[in-house]
Design a protein around this ligand. Structure first.
Ligand code: NAI
Length: 324
């Protein structure tokens, strides 16, 4: 009986996707439908196609019950009692845009979603994908704070795509098995605020030139996709993979798996920036422990010193927006 009730707990999460009909939202929702820990999949978007996306995904023969909700009127029902809410809602980049250029559009979208979560699912784990992550996470935090329901352990900026790219590019460069890679990537999620720690990859060695080139490629990997899609948007499929990966690691930790450590953008005081991506030990209550990022090479230390002021500015922008 104990075993059965344990198993029930393991596979019993209600997961909401906000922005479920978008380029990221659709493949992310499909991947979440395949996750055996998900029993309820709640797909929300403002796009009219959303009930169709839910009907389509709902035919996949896995346990998760899938429901689609569309428009503001149905937002509360969509979010009601979610354990995990993954948020890829908002506008993506076009060629020539930085993530910060998205602030004007996405800041109010993210704020509105946070406000809905206050009453519908204040205790959920919130996974923010919407860019600019360096500012949208502070906006989400401030909005929850205003309503007295903020818990810093339950709010994550999803930076897993940076780790995914680092794993791929470094395995390729070093001729290593990509399945064994877990490159720590710290800082934030925009350009030079993304800092991969190549010096911490076991067994790897890089020329100074390679270190610079790989670091740059990981920082600006998103631009490769934006340019190649030529106006058709930014990374969606790799982001769906990365988002589902992080959500599934979190749900594993929530249901008792030990030693789950992943990088994420969370509130902490490792640096003078209020939010900083680093290694985080996940558990039943979310970010149970923020781990130190460990020893840095001189090159990485230089990168860290120059990114922290940017993170502070970008967080401040979000905090001021939320308190306007
Ligand atoms: P998309 O435009 O294809 O999809 C966005 C979806 O959000 C659309 O279906 C739209 O109807 C919906 N939406 C807009 N306002 C909404 C609201 N108030 N409530 C619910 N849904 C709403 O965009 P895509 O490519 O899926 O990107 C989404 C976001 O993810 C962008 O901000 C993008 O910059 C970001 N992104 C983040 C990454 C990361 O590593 N954290 C990587 C790639 C993209």
């Amino acid at each position: 009986v104990l075993f059965r009730s344990f198993n029930t707990a393991v596979r019993n999460y209600r997961v909401g996707v906000v922005g479920a009909s978008g380029g990221i939202g659709q493949p992310l929702s499909l991947l979440l439908k395949l996750d055996q820990r998900v029993t309820d999949l709640s797909l929300y978007d403002v796009a009219p196609v959303t009930p169709g996306v839910a009907a389509d995904i709902g035919h996949v023969c896995t346990p998760a019950k899938t429901a689609g909700y569309v428009g503001q009127d149905q937002m509360h029902a969509a979010l009601k009692d979610c354990d995990v809410v993954v948020i890829p809602a908002g506008v993506p980049r076009k060629p020539g845009m930085t993530r910060d250029d998205l602030f004007t559009m996405n800041a109010s979208i993210v704020q509105g979603i946070a406000e809905a979560c206050v009453t519908a699912c204040p205790k959920a784990m919130f996974l923010i994908i919407s860019n600019p992550v360096n500012s949208t996470v502070p906006i989400f935090a401030e909005t929850l704070k205003k309503h007295g329901v903020y818990d810093k352990k339950r709010l994550f900026g999803v930076t897993s795509l940076d780790v995914v790219r680092a794993n791929t590019f470094i395995a390729e460069n070093q001729g290593m098995d990509v399945n064994t890679m877990a490159v720590p990537v710290i800082g934030g999620h925009a350009g030079t605020t993304i800092l991969p720690l190549l010096s911490q990859v076991p067994g790897a060695s890089f020329s100074d030139e390679d270190t610079k080139a790989l670091t740059h490629r990981i920082q600006f990997g998103g631009d490769e996709v934006v340019a190649a899609k030529a106006g058709g948007g930014s990374a969606t499929l790799s982001m769906a993979y990365a988002g589902q990966f992080f959500a599934s690691r979190l749900m594993a930790a929530m249901s008792g798996e030990k030693d789950v450590v992943e990088c994420a953008f969370v509130e902490n005081d490792l640096t003078s920036a209020p939010f900083f991506a680093t290694k985080v030990k996940l558990g039943p209550n979310g970010a149970e422990e923020v781990l130190p990022y460990g020893p840095l090479s001189a090159f990485e230390q230089e990168g860290l010193d120059s990114l922290v002021p940017d993170l502070i500015v970008q967080a401040k922008k979000g905090i001021e927006f939320a308190n306007k």
